[in-house]
Design a protein around this ligand. Structure first.
Ligand SMILES: Nc1nc2c(c(=O)[nH]1)N=C([C@H](O)[C@H](O)COP(=O)(O)OP(=O)(O)OP(=O)(O)O)CN2
Ligand code: ZN
Length: 120
């Protein structure tokens, strides 16, 4: 069974040594999708949506929302943001019956990254 929760944050970034418009400072309303795979445990839940919301807010959204991402991710491509968020969240959400199985980072409605925690 897979649990899914979606979040949004607004942030600014610019790509370093990039060959186009994204080298200039600009912003996105990012969509972050977090998926946990697991089995039902206490209260017949994989993970309480409310607890997940609070955890992601404290450990991810508060750092990203209305910030300049280059200050903590040198080259803030959606790929690098997905890896960064995975590395922070995976240990935090792991329980006896649930683990992180997918992160999605969408820069626009049409451009996003899906990451399962392994490098290709
Ligand atoms: N593989 C990647 N390619 C690009 C990234 C990235 O993170 N990974 N990032 C950018 C830019 O930051 C830009 O934000 C995205 O460009 P684009 O999708 O063209 O943005 P638009 O606002 O033009 O979106 P549309 O939905 O296509 O209108 C570039 N490439
Ligand atoms: Zn961008």
């Amino acid at each position: 069974m897979i649990l899914v929760k979606e979040f949004e944050f607004d942030a600014a970034h610019n790509l370093i040594n990039y060959h186009g418009k994204c080298e200039r400072l600009h912003g996105h309303t990012y969509k972050l999708v977090v998926k946990l795979e697991g089995i039902r445990g206490s209260e017949d839940m994989i993970y309480d949506f409310v607890d997940l919301k609070n955890l992601v807010k404290e450990h991810i959204l508060d750092e990203f929302d209305h910030h300049y991402i280059n200050e903590f991710i040198e080259q803030p491509t959606a790929e690098n943001i997905a890896v960064y968020i995975w590395n922070r969240l995976a240990p935090l959400v792991k329980t006896e019956n649930a683990h992180l199985c997918e992160i999605q980072v969408w820069e626009t409605k049409t451009s996003g990254i899906i990451y399962h925690g392994e490098e290709a």
